[in-house]
Design a protein around this ligand. Structure first.
Ligand SMILES: [Fe+2]
Length: 228
């Protein structure tokens, strides 16, 4: 049986090589593209792919054609994490397909071998506001929702299940999740990658506007019971 050759997509190694050739720092390239230097670093260390809408700007910044950009080396999955208990999210940079896995998997979409996204703590450009409404968490992410730059999904993860809400440009970056057991809330920016927030920390956050002490204590008690 013949082994089918995988499609190629731009690899971190190629971006790094071309960036260094162009005498640019990660920050300089990041500034040109309107992403953070951390994002560029993630691409270069195979922890995420640049969204397809960024291919042309990247090629332009590195003074190559898109074809040259993606005809680099074969894709290796360098991000081999060993924690099998941790949820992994994979996002296809071409179609935006979201794949959740309970452990490490070999996942292809559009012929591209996907690396699991590495979740970062939320930052000032990706803030999450979590509010408790009845038996649900109402989650809002303070972020633009344009076709170029938007939050593509939000997910609430407990030890036993995962609730995922797909989000779309031109809609608002908000979701509702059943509270029971939810430990972490993830959300994904198409440009800046995956972010994670601890639910209790989010609720305690003064900026969330959540200041009902009694309710908060109850919630903390519940959390203690659930998570120890
Ligand atoms: Fe973003």
């Amino acid at each position: 049986m013949e082994v089918r050759k995988m499609n190629q997509y731009v690899t971190g190694a190629v971006i790094k090589e071309l960036r260094e050739k162009a005498n640019m720092t990660q920050l300089q390239l990041a500034d040109r593209l309107g992403v953070s230097d951390k994002t560029v670093s993630k691409w270069e260390t195979a922890k995420g792919y640049p969204d397809i809408t960024l291919l042309e700007p990247i090629a332009e910044a590195l003074r190559v054609s898109v074809t040259e950009l993606i005809s680099g080396k074969a894709i290796d999955n360098l991000n081999v994490s060993s924690n099998m208990l941790r949820s992994k999210f994979y996002v296809c940079p071409v179609c935006g397909n979201v794949i959740h896995s309970m452990g490490e998997s070999v996942i292809h979409c559009h012929g591209i071998l996907l690396s699991p996204l590495e979740a970062e703590p939320t930052d000032e450009r990706h803030m999450i506001f979590i509010e408790r409404i009845d038996d649900e968490y109402y989650v809002r992410i303070d972020h633009e929702m344009t076709k170029e730059h938007y939050i593509s999904f939000a997910a609430a993860v407990s030890s036993g299940d995962m609730q995922l809400v797909k989000l779309y440009p031109e809609q608002s970056a908000e979701a509702r999740f059943r509270i029971r057991g939810v430990k972490k809330i993830y959300f994904c920016c198409n440009r800046d990658g995956l972010f994670v927030a601890d639910v209790i920390k989010g609720i305690d956050d003064k900026e969330s506007g959540y200041d009902n002490l009694k309710e908060r204590r109850e919630l903390e008690e519940t959390a203690k019971k659930l998570f120890g």
